[in-house]
Design a protein around this ligand. Sequence first.
Ligand code: GCB
Length: 753
Amino acid sequence: MRETKIINQGWYFSDTATACPSTLPSDWKGLDLPHTWNGKDGQDGGNDYKRCKAFYCKEIPASELTGKENYLEFDAVNSSAEVFWNGKSLCVHHGGYSRFRVIIPCDDIKEKNILTVSADNSPNETVYPQTADFTFYGGIYRSVKLICVPETHFDLDYYGAPGITVTPELKGENADIKIQAYTKNADGTTVKFTVLDGENIVGEAQSHDGEALITINNVHLWNGRIDPHLYTLNAELVKDGEVLDNISTRFGCRTFKVDPEKGFILNGKEYPLRGVSRHQDNPDKGNALSYEDHKRDIDLILEVGANTIRLAHYQHAQEFYDLCDESGLVIWAEIPYISRHMHDAYDNTISQMTELVTQNYNHASICFWGLSNEITIAGADDPHLIKNHKDLNNLVHKLDSTRLTTIASVTMCSPDNEYVHISDVLSYNHYFGWYGGSTEMNGKWFDDFHKKYPNKPIGLSEYGCEALNWHTSNPVQGDYTEEYQSYYHEELIKQIAERPYIWATHVWNMFDFAADARAEGGENGMNHKGLVTFDRQYKKDSFYAYKAWLNPEPMVHLCSKRYIDRVEDVTKVTVYSNCNEVELFANGVSVAKQTKGKYPFFYFEVKNEGETTLEAKADGLTDTSTIRKVDTPNEDYIMKEENQVINWFEITTPTGFFSINDTIGDIMSTFKGKICMVKLLLLIKKVMSQGTKDGKAEVMGFSFGKINKSMIESMYGMVKGFTIKRCFMMLGNKFTKEQILEVNAMLNKVKKK
Ligand code: GCB
């Protein structure tokens, strides 16, 4: 029988060694897995985290190798791994998010063996991802296992797959369960299958070739968050009456489709997919997570009321997909084919996709396989990119005929482009109202698309906006306040709710996450678009906007609790509640009672005198906060610029003339402004080429030389809403104060229209 042992304890680690050691390097740093070496430097900004090849080493005594065949299983090693046994290379694996296995050579088992694994996250043009808005933490950051099996066993050699596939097909009240088990050295064996519903056996079959069909009568459906019912399939490999190996997997029975008009349909009923995307990393730990970390994330996602997650931008942990199956979340799973198409990484997209699909085929929660994300930033007319997508799409259909393919397209890519019509269903990432454009542009974009392509299901795969602990009574786009984020999401919720044809919507992002190259919002190294902070400790107000909209459990939430000191005499107070009536009290006196309109958002005007305790009451529930009248704005609420090179009061803004506080669009609307922009581009080119490998300017991993006219045109639509100051910030604060002030002085001489 198989024995599976987790071997996470007692490793030695070195990020300075240059080769696999020949003896146990007990002078290296001792540690336990999971581990990353980028827990700190991958989260502190500057895009300077250590990307290198490092080595992990562990002694494995012969007594541990109890099988006739012994496999090593790696749940994930980022980004490329090489496994050595007693100094000899056993395998190389490229792709940092999927599982892989390797067999230990039975003719090389000593009393004490040395297992060495190199993990390499250094730049590599043949492995995805290389350009993306998140940190590529290096390390063995998920578990390592030893699987000891007899010579005859269920397959362990095929792409890290579980050795068994289950394909339920609904037939009226019943379900036909098509089963295929894969075996090795299995001549003369029988596979015994048992389907369990809880403790009860509901179906059995025997097979000589691993194939079987079991019918479950009166099948209990997996019905999303309403009733995520799962069955278990056990498989035993039997020879001469002896069970040699056994495996088991869970599965769910459901049907789904996507209708271009009605959206997602689960088990015959409309089931609008409304949810979030998830990045997995945590403070200091990076991606080296525990089960508790995954569970905490799922609980928060369930609390917000989501019924779907886009598991971006890579394969997530098996534990996490299991939790999704159990909680009824509909999943979009994807590979990290992202941002920049690399001509030498075609094979890697194929292998990462094959692993994603084969390793996760039995998960009831997964309904969509994502082919790529914003891959056309540099343009969509590269025939190699198109071929890569067509091949991936065909590959997925061949591996799995039961699910749909999708892509997350970048805003700038034209809906007429061939690329966006390759996958079964389509999605777009839109940041109107954050990076550029206004919030209302979202709804309009979808209506235009839907009108032009009424038969193509369209989804919103990303939308969001940053918020830190900054506050204001006058939120504006780009201010990074909690109040603007709330406003933005209220607006987006209204537009989404009116468009049931949008087959899925995923907020970017459920959690703040690390992107070491970022310098935004006053805290470098982070993307702050989360509804919840990076440490999972603080739920921002917009979390509650979704909770009020999506989670039916009665709730009431007073917004802006961290915004106490206010200068105005009358202040706006926002309450989110799904109850029919909300009454607001100020120091115990009723301010007003309001009845719910179309959306669960309530707005009150409150007199701001002295200190006021606010209480929002609804359905027997109460939420409390405090406001205080002050004469001058509390500096703690204003975005800290200490990480920025320039303070707001140093920017001169003469009336009627431009400054770096103006948008690119406004500046470009005047002739002299255009000339300033050319000068600015030359400065950007100069600054961004300092310290790059080949002396060529780079912006977000794109070489300046490769930025062509069509790219500029398509990007202009988005960036024209950016202020010049924001551009400096987004370019990673690489400019000196003098340079910025010089640009400002130049703009100060240009008259506004
Ligand atoms: C996107 C990317 C995502 C980024 C996000 C952002 O479109 O797909 O990886 O993190 O924008 O926040 O800019």
